[in-house]
Structures are given as C-alpha cells and as structure tokens.
Ligand binder design. Structure first.
Ligand code: ATP
Ligand code: MG
Length: 261
C-alpha cells in the first residue's frame, strides 16, 4: 500500500503551484505593483513557457519561483524535494571566477567531493562546447558563450526544474535551435522540467507544453495555452505550430493595442 496521504498524492501531481500571487517592489519610497493575482499550475512531466510584454513582471515571477524573492500575497509551492536550477536574465555569473569555478558553484554549495565536482564540471562544459574555455573569465567570453556557461552551471546540479530567463536570447539562430533541442531532450529524456521565460513566440510554442501569457504591468495572466504537441517530432514544421504561433501573436498584439490606446 502507498504510505503517502491522499493530500500528498494530489499535491505531488503538480511540480509548480502558484496561487493568487501578487508582488510589489518598494524603491525610494514608491510602491510599484508588478504582479497581480497570478495563479497557475504545472503538472509533473510538463514544461512551461512564460511570455508577455517587456516590464510586465516575467523576471520577477521567475525570482519568486526560484525562492530569490518572497511573495507578499499568495504563494508559490514546488513539489517536495524538487531541485531547481536557475538561469537569470543577465546570466548571473561571477566575473571574478573562472568558467569552471562558476559552473562548479552549485556543486560546491552541495558539498560534492572535489574529484566528482571536476568530472561533472568537465562533462557539462563539454556538452556546451566550452571545454577549451574552462580557465577563462566571463568578461573574456561572448554573450552567447556566457549564456552557455550559465546553462552548464544550472545543469550540473541535475535539477528537477530548470528555471530560465531568456536563456537563448544572445545566440545565433542555429545555436539557438540546437540548444532549444537540448532543452527538449532534457525534458523528455532526463525528466528535467523546463520553465522558460522568453520574448520569442516561436520559442514559447516550441518549448512550452503550457504557455502562460502575462499582460501589461502589473502582470496578470491574460491567457493560458494548452500546447499538447510541444516536444513532438516535427512539431516545428507542422501547420498546427504556425496556428498556435499566430494565436499567441494576436493575443499579445491585442494586449499591446490596449497599452497604446
Ligand atoms: N529590484 C527592483 N526594484 C524595483 N523595481 C524593480 C526591480 N526589478 C524590477 N523592477 C520593476 O518591476 C517591473 C517588472 O520588471 P521585470 O524585470 O520583472 O519585467 P520583465 O517582464 O522581466 O521585463 P523584460 O521583458 O524587459 O525582461 C519593471 O517596471 C521594473 O522596473
Ligand atoms: Mg525580464
């Protein structure tokens, strides 16, 4: 018999639960509401893309999911024991640490033994095509290379959830496609749940099994798209893919028109 309570079973179905989340920043005595009443859930085994106009609160939402900010109202719950890898919008690399040291950071925090740490760092750098740059410092790398270091650092801890804030925005089209496929592979073959913040409609439809569309600031959810075909072979070339992109484009355009009216 399964020893877990029925309540545990219900909550474990969802890797991410966000309930009536609102958030304000307070700077120089001014309160600015950034997120308003945001609720959504992502089931285990799914992936999630978050899209919306610039400044609507996507990065703030990711910070809240990562536990780097605390909710004032509402709450964020991740499945018990879920390990999160996080890639921040500006990569979040330490400029004074070498590429290898940056990638090793999460493992060091987990107190992984030095020898194992080196092996895992080397494997992650090889996977990202960065093996030759392990002794370089972030300032000596291109933007795209820094993004790949950030990806290696997030992956090396073997996360259950990979939170990514525009992780591929500085890459050329082909590298971007290759890394989108890698994210898909991590999701489908290694059961790492991707949560991708992106400005790219095509990327959201390619990677997001569930797409959360945020509206103008203060960010609230204006649509949630069930995108069951995400991750299927040849989806990118299908007419359904183009239909979904068009649907998403018109939802975002309508929201843009509201802002400009
Ligand atoms: N640390 C902070 N202190 C005060 N205000 C902030 C802070 N970080 C972000 N903001 C404000 O919160 C709002 C939402 O910012 P956020 O970075 O979450 O938006 P975003 O949707 O990620 O935008 P973009 O698509 O341009 O990356 C913006 O108006 C921004 O000025
Ligand atoms: Mg952002």
């Amino acid at each position: 018999m399964n020893s877990s309570s029925p309540l545990t079973c219900i909550t474990e179905l969802f890797m991410i639960t966000v309930e009536q989340l609102s958030f304000c920043y307070q700077s120089q005595g001014v309160r600015q509401q950034v997120l308003q009443d945001v609720s959504f859930q992502v089931k285990a085994g799914q992936s999630c893309a978050i899209i919306g106009p610039s400044g609507c609160g996507k990065s703030t939402l990711l910070f809240l999911l990562a536990g780097l900010l605390q909710a004032e109202q509402g709450r964020v719950r991740l499945a018990e024991g879920a390990r999160c890898g996080t890639i921040l919008q500006n990569y979040g690399l330490f400029p004074w640490k070498s590429v290898a040291e940056n990638v090793a950071l999460g493992l060091r925090l987990q107190k992984v033994a030095k020898a194992e740490c080196s092996l895992r760092v080397r494997a992650a750098l090889e996977e990202m095509g960065l093996a030759a740059f392990s002794r370089y410092y972030p300032g000596q790398l291109s933007g795209g290379m820094q993004q790949r270091v950030a990806l290696a650092r997030a992956l090396v801890i073997q996360p259950d959830i990979l939170l990514m804030d525009e992780p591929l925005s500085s890459l050329d089209a082909l590298t971007r496609e290759r890394l989108q496929n890698l994210i898909l592979e991590l999701w489908q073959e290694r059961q790492v749940m991707p949560v991708v913040v992106t400005h790219s409609i095509e990327e959201a439809v390619f990677l997001g099994r569930r797409i959360i569309v945020l509206g103008n600031a203060p960010g609230r959810i204006i649509a949630q798209v069930e995108n069951r075909e995400a991750g299927k072979i040849n989806y990118r070339q299908s007419s359904l893919f183009f239909q979904r992109c068009n649907l998403l484009r018109s939802t975002l355009l309508e929201e843009c028109d509201v802002r400009q009216a």
